[in-house]
Design a protein around this ligand. Structure first.
Ligand SMILES: Cc1cc2nc3c(=O)[nH]c(=O)nc-3n(C[C@H](O)[C@H](O)[C@H](O)COP(=O)(O)O)c2cc1C
Length: 219
């Protein structure tokens, strides 16, 4: 049901807003802490980011929840937020390449633990500590994440660092992508709602036939 409109004296929503009207709650909604707004729209899926070099045994791995697709093609681009609080930051800065791995919900606990452990304060390589399989990538030195509960790996190079200083936002260009042969039909990804609360993918809804305006993006 649409919200009831005032019969008279109604102003344009963006004009002449008084202090009291600005503090009124829109019908059906309650105010939410602005600094927590990311919890409402953090899209996930939670990803693993591998950096460093497998051949030189300097590879590291961490967890991210902040990322976005930026461009389909010409070239494909992905943005990730990865900050100087991560040891991986310096490696990414130096090496300018990484792998984004998509874990399935079966290893969600492990993925959270990886995101709570730093190469800086861990004597043990996180790959060994968490029993991860490092597989050689084809276009970058950072390894792919192997194993039955990894849905995909995307080898990336750094395309643009213009927003790193201000936002810790790296624009990456995928150069090779791999999907697990066994999970192809639907490994369940999981998404971060903030505070360590995750939600796993559920039912798949196929609306591809309604994508009449966007046929070029339907296989
Ligand atoms: C669920 C989850 C999501 C995270 N998301 C991000 C993120 O989007 N960006 C980021 O820089 N760090 C994120 N982190 C923190 C890093 O994974 C964490 O700092 C990690 O210890 C870095 O490892 P490193 O110091 O070995 O590079 C996240 C951690 C968790 C548990």
């Amino acid at each position: 049901m649409p919200p009831k409109r005032k019969a008279s004296g109604e102003t344009h929503p963006h004009k002449g807003k008084s202090q009291s009207s600005a503090s009124q709650k829109p019908q059906g909604f309650k105010s939410y802490t602005l600094s927590h707004a990311y919890r409402l729209i953090e899209p996930g899926p939670v990803l693993l980011v591998s950096t460093g070099s497998l051949s030189q045994s300097t590879h590291n791995i961490m967890t991210i929840g902040f990322h976005m697709v930026m461009q389909h093609e010409s070239p494909p681009l992905v943005g990730i937020t990865l900050g100087p609080w991560d040891a991986s930051f310096a490696t990414l800065q130096k090496q300018r390449e990484c792998v984004l791995a998509v874990p399935s919900v079966e290893i969600a606990e492990k993925v959270v633990d990886i995101g709570n452990t730093s190469a800086e304060d861990s004597e043990i390589n996180k790959w060994d500590r968490f029993g991860l399989d490092a597989l050689p990538a084809t276009k970058v030195d950072a390894p792919l994440v192997g194993g039955p509960h990894v849905i995909a790996n995307v080898e990336c190079v750094v395309e643009d660092t213009a927003m790193v200083h201000k936002y810790n936002m790296w624009v990456l260009r995928p150069v090779q992508a791999w999907v697990s042969a066994s999970e192809e039909e639907g490994g369940r990804m999981f998404h971060h709602r903030g505070q360590g609360i995750m939600v796993a993918d559920g039912e798949v809804l196929d609306f591809s036939r309604r994508m009449v305006k966007w046929q070029e993006f339907v296989d």
